[in-house]
Design a protein around this ligand. Structure first.
Ligand SMILES: [Zn+2]
Length: 156
């Protein structure tokens, strides 16, 4: 557990991963959403790339090539950790507003789950591909999660 916490035990790191799962992997957008200093965000992103949870991918920004951050398979495997923190918070901590709730939804059956890795309604295992998060501070309907970029898994 201590080895995992070296990477996943930092609040900003989990929030950065949350943003990338929400499909929000561009530096300026993450910075704006998290209201975080450049230096803090840069440090977490480089740590996540170095640890192999994120990778950079080029995208075209109106004729300029820029980089965005996407999940690797190793990063995608952290989904149950983020789900667990979300579900525990919803169960035990008051939300600052009705809008501030965040729900984990299994897309297969469309129901909220109260388990981090398995749908409590239908029993299917949760993956980024079949899971949505719903935070009304962000969107009115649930957001399909980002999955690992192609070719980022361990070599076969
Ligand atoms: Zn289900």
């Amino acid at each position: 557990m201590a080895r995992g916490l070296d990477i996943l035990g930092d609040p900003w790191t989990l929030l950065v991963l949350r943003e990338v799962f929400f499909g929000n992997g561009r530096f300026d957008a993450m910075k704006s959403r998290l209201e975080v200093a450049d230096s803090v965000l840069t440090k977490r992103l480089s740590g996540l790339v170095k640890s192999g949870l994120l990778t950079k991918r080029a995208y075209d920004d109106g004729g300029r090539t820029r980089s965005e951050y996407v999940l690797t398979e190793k990063g995608e495997d952290a989904l149950p950790v983020l789900n667990a923190v979300t579900l525990w918070s919803e169960k035990h901590l008051p939300a600052p507003s009705e809008q501030a709730h965040m729900y984990v939804i299994h897309r297969g059956c469309g129901q909220r789950t109260s388990s981090a890795d398995t749908c409590t309604r239908c029993g299917e295992r949760l993956t980024a591909a079949n899971t949505s998060w719903h935070s009304q501070t962000r969107t009115t309907s649930p957001v399909k999660l980002a999955t690992a970029a192609a070719g980022t898994g361990a070599a076969a």
